[in-house]
Design a protein around this ligand. Structure first.
Ligand SMILES: Cc1cc2nc3c(=O)[nH]c(=O)nc-3n(C[C@H](O)[C@H](O)[C@H](O)COP(=O)(O)O)c2cc1C
Length: 168
């Protein structure tokens, strides 16, 4: 499937919307709820077993997904702000809460992402910050953007800082 060309059209995620998907251990979509389909513009056939990167927006810094996967592989949950690309090239912002779920024998069942609307204040902080990370990745590579991310955290836990940014 050809990648959509990004436009400046924003789709609003309402405060009541909870956008859910589940994936296998590689990030391929196993389940998505109706809001997920509606927002993305793709139908069930197009999304089932598609990689989540089908939604990847070129404005997203690589380091955010590196952090997400590093933490999930360690068994940790992650809160991260994500700008997603829809089938028609529009975008929407969310705060994603992603975690591993386990079978009774302790093996991995799937990864679950529950996304909600991003606060206006978080948008003011995160949009320019991600632009900075992206520029650093282009000029100096992912190590440079990882350094900038660590500086933002200032010794605090990633999830805590994201929560503070969302609620401040
Ligand atoms: C449960 C789950 C949900 C995900 N949701 C998204 C998402 O909404 N948007 C997105 O761009 N990546 C999402 N990802 C991350 C993708 O798997 C992928 O790492 C990311 O899109 C970057 O793609 P790339 O590594 O091919 O550049 C999710 C991963 C998991 C495990």
């Amino acid at each position: 499937m050809a990648r959509p060309t990004p436009t400046n059209n924003e789709i609003e995620v309402k405060s009541v919307d909870i956008v859910v998907s589940k994936s296998d251990e590689e990030g391929n979509i196993e389940y998505a709820n109706p809001i997920f389909y509606n927002l993305s513009g793709y139908n069930k056939r197009e999304l089932t077993f598609a990689p989540h990167s089908i939604l990847r927006h070129p404005d997203m810094p690589k380091v955010v997904f590196k952090y997400l996967w590093d933490e999930l592989k360690k068994g940790n949950e992650v809160n991260a702000f994500v700008k997603n690309l829809t089938k028609d090239g529009s975008f929407y912002w969310v705060l994603a809460y992603v975690r591993p779920a386990y079978n009774t024998d302790g093996s991995l069942r799937n990864y679950i992402s529950t996304r909600k609307t991003m606060s206006k204040n978080a948008r003011k902080t995160i949009e320019p910050f991600y632009a900075k990370l992206l520029a650093l990745e282009k000029s100096d590579g992912v190590e440079a953007s990882e350094k900038a991310l660590i500086e933002l955290l200032d010794g605090k836990a990633f999830n805590t800082v994201m929560h503070v940014i969302q609620t401040s």
